[in-house]
Structure formats: C-alpha cells, structure tokens
Ligand binder design. Structure first.
Ligand code: TYM
Length: 336
C-alpha cells in the first residue's frame, strides 16, 4: 500500500513596495526556490502590510504585479507552490483582529522595526504600523507553517508570532503550529552599499542597493562605487571593515564559495578585481531571472491565472484554520 508522507509547510511573504533588492533575493527569494521541492510552500505578496505606509494606488498595483512576476521569474513553480496576494484572502485581516486581542501593547512597542519606521514616517505613525507584527503572525499561523524562510531583520517578528501562538494554544489547546525561522547561512543580512552598517533596503536611495531588475552596467557601477576602506586587502572583518565583509558575503552567498576561499583567492589582488568578480557573479545570477521576467510580465493572462489559482488554494487552507479558531473562541458559524 502506498503511504503518503505529509510534507512540512512553509510560509513566507514579501512586501510589494518599490523594487525587490539583492537583499530580498539572498535573504528570502532564493531560499523560497531552494525549498520548493521538499516542502509544501505558500508564498504571499503581502500588499496589506504595504498599506502601513502611504502608497500611490497606480504604483502599488504595478509593484504588486512586478513582485509576482519576479517570484515566477526567479524559478518558483506556481503549480508546486501557492503564490497569491495577501489582500485576496480576507482571513488574514480576520485572524489579525483576533490575534490583536491576544497581544500586548508593551510587546508591540518593543519592536525595532516599529521604532525605525515611526522615526522614518513621523507624520504617519498609524495603528497599522504598530500592529504590523500581528498581521504577520496571522499570515504565518493561518497556514499552520512549520518553517518561515526570512532574513535576519524579520527574526524579532517571528519570535513574537511564536509567543502569540503559544499564548493562544495555552488557552485553547493545539490550534496553531509553532513555526521556526529558516535563515540563509551567509547573507541573512545584506548591507547597504553606501552605509554598510545598515541593512540594504528598497526604501533607501537607489545607489545603496542592487535591484533584482537592475541592468548589468548599473549593477557593475553600483558595486564599483560601493563603500570599502583604505586597506585594499580582502579579509572578513565585519566589525571593522563592514563594506568589504558585505561584498564578500554577497559573493559567498551567490557563488557557494566560503568566506575563507574568497579571502584566499582575492586577498591581495586589489579592490578593483575583487569588485569586478562580485559584479560578475551578481550579473550571472540575475540576468537569467531578468530574461524570464521580461517574458512573464508581458503575459497578463498567465499572471491572472496564477493569481486566481493562488487565491483559491490559499483561501481553502486559511478557511480551515479560521473555522477551528472560530469554534475555539465561541463565535459563529455554529450548527444550531
Ligand atoms: P520585506 O518585504 O521587507 O522583505 C522580504 C524578505 O526579504 C528579507 N530581506 C533581507 N534579507 C537579507 N538582507 C537584507 N538586506 C534584506 N532585506 C529584506 C526579509 O527578511 C524578508 O524575509 N514583514 C515582512 C513581510 C512579511 C512576512 C510575513 C515574512 C509579512 N508577513 C510572514 C514572512 C512571513 C517584510 O516586511 O519583509
């Protein structure tokens, strides 16, 4: 008799704001691809999260479609994986409300991303920004995810998700799977090319990040201009020489070479040659993705089909979790 082994579930999300960066690719999207064969994967374009910052509707719509096309171009198979827009599954907002009632103000006010974002958007410190991690917890828990591939910057949010789930389970029994994080071995925190003590971010100025859709000559120029130091030797010392360490991590993450191998190969060759090697490796990684992106983004019927199928399949899983949650809480639907 054939026995079917239940695959473990993966959930992760990326915000559709601005352009996806090399940080998003190394920290998350590349692992989405690596994990897609072994796990049952659900990948969301989290457009509700993007609303915590004011968005231009036309640009948001374009960014959503661009993000979906980039997911697909990176190699994610929409049949094997569920790929969908968060706002199309109403259960995200529904569970977020429920979980809000199991989350404390003090917990939320300790979140470093809230502190950073409210400093950046001082004129719009809205409640959504404050409870952002609760929506993120809802995303993950709705799908009963075992594993969440993310970059290091999302670690604190995953911790709070685990706390909220544990609290809920302690009251109502085994409702939610408690998820673990899955981080890249190198490149969990890709840094800004201009200020290598800050993380590379799509909301910072252009020259600080590589966009996944940057043309090869733009990539080369940005890497050539990346901040290093005056030592002119390639060695890994992130505390004292963060610029060089960042470029080494990028090269290591993309090429599979260890940091030691990179130091041995480029040690005394000078920054010019080292930076050319880093740029070559990024271009070799991104060029095939960009080619597929051009084809996929032109195929609106295909994107529509992926979007519709993703919504249906995600909704079915989310619905099952919500029924369980409703029953535990004592809210309708009841069978009278
Ligand atoms: P977002 O959209 O800022 O980033 C998406 C993913 O990319 C990773 N990442 C990085 N990794 C390494 N180096 C960097 N410089 C870098 N910048 C970004 C992030 O860690 C993330 O994995 N709140 C999340 C989105 C989200 C989510 C979720 C993630 C919403 N719900 C549920 C996982 C599960 C965010 O803003 O990621």
């Amino acid at each position: 008799m054939e026995t079917q082994i239940q695959k473990k579930r993966i959930f992760s999300g990326i915000q559709p704001t601005g352009k996806l960066t090399l940080g998003n690719y190394i920290g998350a999207l590349r692992n989405f691809n690596i994990l897609q064969d072994e796990y049952d994967c659900v990948y969301s374009i989290v457009d509700l999260h993007a609303l915590t910052v004011r968005q231009n509707p036309t640009e948001l719509r374009q960014a959503c479609l661009r993000t979906m096309a980039t997911f697909l171009a990176s190699g994610l198979d929409p049949e094997k994986n569920i790929i969908y827009f968060q706002s199309q599954v109403a259960a995200h907002a529904e569970l977020a409300w429920v979980l809000n009632c199991f989350t404390y103000m003090g917990e939320m006010s300790r979140m470093t991303q809230f502190k950073d974002k409210s400093a950046k958007h001082a004129d719009n410190i809205n409640c959504g920004l404050f409870t952002y991690p609760v929506l993120m917890a809802a995303d993950i828990l709705l799908y009963q995810a075992d594993l969440v591939p993310i970059g290091a910057d999302q670690k604190q949010h995953l911790e709070i998700c685990r706390d909220i789930a544990g609290r809920f389970n302690a009251i109502y029994g085994d409702v939610f799977t408690i998820p673990d994080g899955y981080f890249p071995k190198v490149g969990a925190r890709v840094m800004s090319l201009q200020e290598p003590t800050r993380k590379m971010s799509k909301s910072d100025p252009e020259e600080t990040y590589i966009a996944m859709l940057d043309e090869p000559d733009v990539i080369r120029r940005k890497i050539r201009r990346a901040v290093t130091d005056s030592e002119n030797s390639v060695a890994y010392d992130p505390d004292n020489r963060p610029g060089v360490a960042n470029l080494m991590s990028i090269l290591s993450a993309l090429s599979g070479q260890t940091l030691d191998q990179i130091a041995a190969e480029y040690g005394d060759l000078g920054y010019g040659k080292f930076k050319d090697a880093v740029a070559d490796c990024i271009i070799a990684t991104l060029e095939p993705i960009q080619k597929r992106y051009a084809e996929i983004s032109a195929d609106k019927a295909y994107l529509q089909q992926v979007m519709d199928s993703g919504r249906e399949r995600a909704s079915a899983i989310a619905h099952r979790t919500m029924l369980k949650v409703r029953k535990k809480l004592g809210i309708a639907p009841w069978k009278l």
